[in-house]
Design a protein around this ligand. Sequence first.
Ligand SMILES: [Cu+2]
Length: 762
Amino acid sequence: MRKTTFAAIAAWAMAAGAVHAEESIKEQQVLDDIVVTGARQQPAPAESGTLNAGEIAAKRPYVSDTAQLLDDVSGVSLYGAGGVSSLPAIHGLADDRLRVKVNGMDIISACANHMNSPLSYINPANVESVKVFAGISPVSVGGDSIGGTIIVNSGTPRFAEQGQGVLTTGELGSYYRSNGDAFGANLSATAANENVSASYNGSFAQSGNYKAAKDFKPGTTATRTVDGDHWISGNEVGSSRYQSENHLFDVAFRHENHLLNLEFGYQHIPYQGFPNQRMDMTLNESFQGNLRYTGNYQWGNVEARFYKENTRHGMNFDKDKQFYYGSAATILAPGMPMDTQGDNMGTLLKTDIVLSERDILRLGVEYQRYRLDDRWPPSPSVLPPGYTMGGMAPNTFVNINDGQRDRVALFGEWEARWNPAWLTLFGVRGEWVEMDTGQVQGYNNGSMYNGAPLFPVTTFNARDHHRSDYNVDLTALARHTPNAALTFEAGYAMKTRSPNLYERYAWSPNTMAMEMVNFAGDGNFYIGNLDLQPEVAHTISATIDWHDTANKGWDLKITPYYTYVQDYIDARRCPASVCGTSTAVSNSLTATSGFVYLQFVNQSAQLYGVDVSGSVPLVMASRFGKVTATGKFSYVRGTNETTGDNLYNIMPPNAKLAIIHKLWGWTNTVEAEFVGPKSEVSQVRDELKTGGYSLFHLRSSYEWKHARLDLGITNLFDRFYNQPLGGVYVGQGTTMSGSSIPANIPVPGMGRSFYAGLTFKF
Ligand SMILES: [Cu+2]
């Protein structure tokens, strides 16, 4: 009896594995009913990368950061941040320039440092599928972005087969990594009959500071913290520890071709250090409610969604950064608390209408309402005796007051399969973005810090803050499949993104306030710009894909692309008219090193490059197993066409090679990573150059029917390297005091780490 239960679960697991990649299996069924002949063509455009449940499971023992799951996807690179908060970049465009959908929700980072990036809201343990649209992303997968779309989903609800009774299934997993003494665990459980399914998915992850390879010498700085003096050892990377906890409850109802799905999510991050930010996350607490309906009708599909997400985000100095500021005799500022609240609500209605055997029409409407409050309570909250005024007292500093960013979007997309060799896709999307913010205030009306007027709040408050943008996106794409071994896809896209709340409304020209507004991780000081326009990108991109006719042997894919961005939001050295006439600001105008004062500004930019990826079987199935080689190479170049400067954080040329051996339940992998030196750097931001490096990793896993064991070594030779997109190391010491910490140390990568993971399925 036990055997049959297991067999049923295994069969179900296989079935689930086969369908999870597409949002709905029934979409396929409906279409198959109409398009009778042969296999259905893949919808356009071909994703530049997908990860399925198996590939994600293999990464969990060594990845706690969902963005890092994308590391092997062609065209994707990662901005370093906190341990669970990296920011993905596609073809050199990162962060808010990408549309990131987590379980269908457009999450917005509620933080002046973008610490709580959208992908930080889901743990890899909760992720079941990932899709990346680089280059030409269809208008139906999201607007208000110029660089592509990333779609991350936790599992689709599971139901019992007819006559199976109650289905119970789940998974329990855990891992340990030597570097940083990191560990984590996850549990998922589902109980379902044929029509109702309830599931829970939870995860926990924790790590201490990681260690770079042995010769990292940032100089040791004593830091006065809440717990007393703290010293960082020679190769420890300060402010890189983290702890995170995620829970997801899901109830789903199925009736014939209708599925209703209600999810509740909760996240709690008590601390996450940021080695490239002057502050650390001391709290991220988020509640999410997400209701979805999908229906399959004779004429097509309907998807309706309503979500609400609320984030409370706290920042201060964690244990590696100096906590107390002031004279030796009296502590004037015990830390610098910052408290951010983001309130996000969205709704979506989308239909796929099958017009004929040839044509599919997709229509949709989306609405998002977003509110943000960013307040910094006074420090100290009560002035010590003898002081009449503190630098950060007695008022609450209001960085963003009732910030509003609302979007309404309408789109239409027409996909036509003219014949087996030709497919075309055209889309139009109109988007209306409304932004506003209330009156702000500084800590006080005094003047200190470089002698500039402190917080000239009157200038900002006197201006009208309301902004309306009317944005249009267009995509046109064609795919030609002359024969079974070759696919050629090419297209054009016009994509628009409105500025975020900080780019428009961060208002204070005070050094300390400006250094707290930074999503670049470069340690510089930023101020917003009320006159910013939306950025508009024009992209042309093509993909040639050769593969053997069985489509599982060798394969080679080449994607060249070119993007011109009108009104690209870059930065300029902050002029005296905005940041004042202090010596520091004047010096910053011409400085060629160190931290500088910057203001967001519209300029124009171009980016171009090529992605190459492929795989080739070296040994076909034999009694020694099967051996496959895979590889990818990426090149991207980004320049500011207004100033002639280079764009910031552009990944140097890089390649990845892997040899994968499979035998019985074993999968053994040798991976090599080669990264060129980063020499084309942004001068306006005093971006640091980084050297080239190569890294090797060994991974091994064994899969039983109900268990999986993973063992591996990352950075096998303990090679020291600096992360090309890791930003400037400001992970320790007096990080609140502008230029009082070194500006020339890049954030190093992790030294050697051993890991082990064990997963049970029941
Ligand atoms: Cu933050």
